[in-house]
Each structure stands twice: as structure tokens, then as C-alpha cells.
Design a protein around this ligand. Structure first.
Ligand code: SF4
Ligand code: SF4
Length: 223
């Protein structure tokens, strides 16, 4: 899922201060799963914002709602009437959903209520850890299904770096497993350690976010 976290309340107050009516809108998908932008979080944040604004003497009407998915135009359209009366929109969706809403309601200022964090899994209650950076050239087939791009602190394709702690955790962050240690363990368990001996060539980064805006074109799906 795409994870996100609330921005500090002071930052949110700063965004909407001075408006008379603001639409606070959540998304019922990824950000709901990570407890940052679903219906429950919208219902929690709306009165918090109202109170924080009232405390400094600002009267801002916060109307709120939660879209099924902010990244799909048909769900955004359902909020057209609500958006019409708003002077600003604060979105609790990931950066993708926010931009879709900003495109649809281009004449209304949009403010982010969350910081989009990563492509992660919920490992245990209250803990999400990254699994992918959408690098555009997946190497999981060579690394026993474990991603060194997103899960090694140095994104090494030929690891480990030599700094793995005796606990098996990363030298950069002792709370994080050294993913290369796990890759080696998995290779060993499968009797395929030899497959890690050959030095891997640099991978193709041209389709990664570092290569500029990405574009995926599927001719078979086009009208
Ligand atoms: S190798 Fe790239 S695409 Fe594959 S899981 Fe890792 S970051 Fe994601
Ligand atoms: S200790 Fe492991 S995870 Fe950490 S940087 Fe080195 S190879 Fe990567």
C-alpha cells in the first residue's frame, strides 16, 4: 500500500487560516489502511483543526467527506457539489490522489494534509516497512524475492556491504534487518549460494523516478 502520515497540526492550520470554508477530504483506500486519511482520520482531524483555528480566533467552516479513491476521476466527481462551495481543499490522500483532485478542481487551492511516505506493508500493528521504490526494472528474480533497492540502506545490487551487524541487522539502522543478510540466508537455504557470486551489472535506472517523469503506455488497452 501507499503509506502517508499527517503533517503537523500547525502546518495544517497555516494552510487553511484565512479561508471561510474548507473541504477536508479523505480517501478510503491506502491511506485508510495506514490510518492517515480514511473516514476515521477525517472525522478526527476536522474537529481538531476547527478547535486549533478557533483557539487563535479564526472561524473556518470545515466540511468533510471521504472518497472511495482519490486517484479515480469518477469518485472525485461525486464531490463536485461539495467542492463548489469551498474556498480551499485539504486532501488526506497520497500525492497521487491529491493531484487528481487538484486537476479536477483547478480553480480551488489544494493543500496536502499528509506527507506521502512509501510503498510499504503493515508488518505489525503500528509498524509499516517499505517493500518497493517503483524502480522500473525489478530485480526480485535475482534476489530471492527480497528487494535490495528499497530495503538495503545503500540500495546495493551486490551485497552485503560488509557492515552487517552480528544481529543480522543493518549497520545504518539497528532496528532494520540487513536485507542482504536475508538474501544470503535464503540463497543458502535453497542451495543456491553460487548464484550470488557473480557480480551483477548496473541495472537500468532509466525507468526509475530518478530518470524523470515516468510514463507507462499499453497499446493493447488504448481505444
Ligand atoms: S527491484 Fe524495483 S520494482 Fe522490484 S521491488 Fe525493488 S524497487 Fe520495486
Ligand atoms: S548492512 Fe546490509 S542493508 Fe545495511 S547497507 Fe549494508 S548491505 Fe545494505
Amino acid at each position: 500500500m501507499i503509506t502517508a502520515e499527517w503533517k503537523p497540526i500547525d502546518e495544517l492550520v497555516g494552510y487553511v487560516r484565512g479561508f471561510e470554508k474548507v473541504l477536508l477530504v479523505g480517501c478510503a483506500t491506502c491511506v485508510a489502511e495506514c490510518a492517515a486519511g480514511g473516514e476515521r482520520e477525517v472525522e478526527t482531524l476536522a474537529p481538531l483543526l476547527t478547535m486549533a483555528l478557533a483557539k487563535e480566533g479564526s472561524q473556518v467552516e470545515i466540511v468533510s467527506g471521504t472518497m472511495e479513491r482519490q486517484c479515480e476521476p469518477e469518485f472525485i466527481e461525486e464531490f463536485a457539489a461539495q467542492a463548489e462551495g469551498a474556498q480551499a481543499i485539504m486532501s488526506l490522500a497520497c500525492g497521487i490522489g491529491m493531484q487528481m483532485v487538484a486537476e479536477r478542481f483547478a480553480d480551488i487551492p489544494l493543500y496536502p494534509g499528509v506527507n506521502t511516505a512509501s510503498l510499504s506493508v503493515r508488518e505489525e500493528p503500528g509498524l509499516w516497512t517499505t517493500r518497493c521504490e517503483a524502480c522500473g526494472d525489478c530485480v526480485l528474480g535475482e534476489t530471492f524475492g527480497l528487494c535490495p533497492v528499497s530495503r538495503c540502506a545503500k540500495s546495493l545490487l551486490n551485497g552485503p556491504c560488509g557492515g552487517t551487524r552480528t544481529s543480522g541487522n543493518c549497520e545504518i539502522n539497528e532496528d532494520t534487518p540487513c536485507i542482504w543478510n536475508r538474501i544470503v540466508e535464503r540463497a543458502h537455504a535453497r542451495g543456491q549460494l553460487d548464484s550470488l557470486v557473480e557480480v551483477k551489472k548496473p541495472k537500468d535506472w532509466s525507468n526509475s523516478p530518478a530518470g524523470g517523469p515516468q510514463r507507462m503506455l499499453r497499446e493493447d488497452l488504448r481505444p
